[in-house]
Design a protein around this ligand. Structure first.
Ligand code: ZN
Length: 216
């Protein structure tokens, strides 16, 4: 599976199927893709903020893709003619061998509750933390899901900063960690090299430019 960083918190998983997570492309100054070019089988949204919900509905609609989201966001999507799997923090929903779980996240959301997402495809697991502050149950997420890759926000102000995200790595213990949600705008300026230094030997830190990917 290839895990693409598309800029900000937007991620694309390419394997047996193509899965977009938080596809904020339109209006994203560092986006590596245009929403018109997105070819999605599934779209996952962690929470209802413009820089995460982004183009999710448009991409799902244009591709006939299924949206995974919290119940309340899923209802809105269904009202817009999109096929959606409404769910919440808890058990997995599976479609064509792709499993999605939602986890807790400490943040806010215009609709419902903010969440992180764990996605399993081809036996590999990716944890996208969404927007979140640091919380102790990240240890539980690590123990329960054993993610191969964790995508963690490091931009501060609205989410964890470099130091807190490095602490999160200690709790989650992923094989690889990719910093996200930083330097899109001046207000979330962060230094990924400092994050890497703080993580030390706890995990392999891969700093990606928008459009780059890690293959697992
Ligand atoms: Zn947010």
């Amino acid at each position: 599976m290839k895990v693409y960083f598309l800029g900000h918190a937007a991620v694309k998983l390419e394997g047996a199927k193509t899965v977009y997570i938080d596809p904020f492309l339109t209006g994203n100054p560092v986006a590596s893709e245009k929403k018109e070019d997105a070819k999605a089988d599934y779209v996952i949204v962690t929470h209802d903020h413009g820089d995460h919900l982004g183009d999710a509905f448009d991409i799902a609609k244009a591709n006939g893709a299924v949206l995974f989201a919290q119940h309340e966001i899923a209802v809105k999507a269904q009202e817009n003619g999109i096929e959606a799997e409404g769910m919440n923090v808890g058990g997995a929903v599976e479609r064509e061998g792709i499993k999605v779980w939602f986890t807790n996240a400490i943040h806010t959301s215009e609709t419902g509750h903010p969440m992180g997402a764990v996605v399993e495809m081809e036996g590999k697991r990716v944890y996208h933390a969404g927007d979140t502050g640091l919380f102790g149950d990240m240890k539980l997420i690590g123990e329960l899901f054993k993610p191969d890759i964790a995508l963690l926000p490091i931009g501060g102000r609205y989410t964890m900063d470099e130091e807190q995200a490095a602490y999160a790595v200690k709790l989650i213990k992923p094989g690889i960690v990719i910093p996200i949600h930083y330097n899109t705008f001046p207000i979330i300026k962060a230094d990924p090299e400092r994050f890497k230094e703080l993580v030390g030997g706890e995990a392999e830190v891969r700093i990606l430019n928008p459009g780059e990917f890690v293959e697992i």
